[in-house]
Design a protein around this ligand. Structure first.
Ligand code: MRU
Length: 357
């Protein structure tokens, strides 16, 4: 999608392969700086996922796929399968909730195992990882096309966290319908939840919308109910990190659940936008990542051009920091996917489509 630079507006993807290097927009620097990170091997790519240089379900999924390719391309002919299995465990252990990571790592791993020999495995892994990246970008575009039809002219839309193109290879999930509606000439306004503690809304979503010239305002996380009650929000669209196919339970950034409950209380449609790679066909439970308490106790910002980290509580304070919460499908109007829009009670149809293919 578009990035305003000193030399004009340029199109960027969130991450890509250059030879054996993974290159990605460093999301720890946005919005204050624009920098491309280079990860030379699977361990560096795994660390970029863990420390959130790259984040968002779709983007970490493709980072995982590229990481497996990096691993096979530096493996030894005699024990490459053993090496790849270890690399897959290492990559999967970085972040437990987002299903796309497991989906993509396992996809490339299977491709390697199915290959006849080491040379074939390297070629097949590259092809598979690039296919997944392309599919990820296209899924976002399709989600945009389906979701755009739900957006009327002058709609005011609430979104939480960042489920934009930075969370994918391109386009995004929750923001894709907004981008498509803008391109279709509709006027829009986006309420951007700041999304404590990592502030993906204030830092990343607002930056994406600024680059796409879409009107928006960052709101404190606890202000959404106020605007819903005043009738100033027409719909909510959020992304997802993992959706259980059998019952539609949806894990997304912490705070999503309370927005969904508030939306139902205020008769506001609440949509979850996600590619089918986010749907978990097997699990019965969703592991919730607990992150460092420092993310709650300190806030980073731009202080006169200097990026500064400041404490916001007393020096002995302790904090708890669950990264995601789970929303029951009774609060979800429908799931917007690249295969179409599905009400929660129609997920069986989507499951059949995925199993039949
Ligand atoms: O912790 P993050 O920034 O990886 O969490 C991201 C989200 O919760 C997104 O809403 C989700 O991944 C869906 S789309 C990228």
């Amino acid at each position: 999608m578009l990035v305003k630079t000193k030399s004009g507006t340029k199109h960027y993807r969130t991450l890509w392969l250059e030879g054996k290097n993974v290159r990605m927009i460093n999301q720890l620097k946005i919005p204050h700086e624009f920098e491309i990170a280079t990860l030379k091997n699977y361990k560096e790519t795994a660390e970029a996922i863990r420390n959130m240089t790259v984040r968002g379900a779709g983007a970490i999924g493709i980072s995982g796929a590229y990481g497996i390719y990096q691993a096979v391309s530096s493996a030894n002919k005699n024990n490459y399968l053993q090496y790849i299995r270890k690399a897959a465990d290492f990559l999967r252990a970085t972040r437990p909730t987002a299903y796309d990571l497991f989906y993509s790592v396992d996809h490339v791993l299977k491709t390697i195992k199915d290959s006849d020999n080491f040379e074939e495995a390297k070629k097949a892994a590259l092809k598979d990882a690039e296919m997944l990246a392309e599919k990820n970008a296209n899924a976002g575009k399709r989600i945009g096309q389906y979701g755009e039809k739900l957006i009327k002219n002058n709609f005011r839309i609430l979104t939480h966290c960042n489920a934009g193109w930075l969370g994918f290879v391109d386009w995004g999930s929750a923001l894709a319908p907004i981008y498509a509606a803008k391109r279709a000439g509709k006027k829009l306004f986006v309420f951007v939840d700041e999304t404590r503690p990592r502030l993906q809304g204030a830092r990343l979503t607002a930056w994406e919308l600024y680059n796409e010239d879409i009107k928006h305002a960052v709101i404190a996380d606890n202000a959404a109910g106020y605007y819903m009650q005043k009738g100033e929000i027409d719909m909510c669209i959020v992304g997802a990190d993992r959706i259980l196919m059998h019952n539609g339970l949806t894990a997304n950034k912490i705070g999503t659940y309370e927005k969904a409950v508030l939306a139902k209380e205020n008769n506001i449609p609440f949509y979850v936008a996600a590619p089918t790679s986010t749907f978990d066909l097997k699990s019965k439970e969703i592991p919730i990542e607990e992150r460092s308490q420092d993310e709650v106790l300190f806030v980073e910002g731009n202080c006169g051009g200097k990026i500064t980290n400041v404490a916001i509580s007393h020096k002995n304070a302790k904090a708890k920091n669950p990264a995601f919460d789970i929303t029951s499908s009774k609060y979800i109007t429908a799931f917007i996917t690249e295969k179409g829009i599905f009400k929660p009670n129609k997920l069986k149809r989507l499951e059949k489509m995925l199993k039949d293919k």
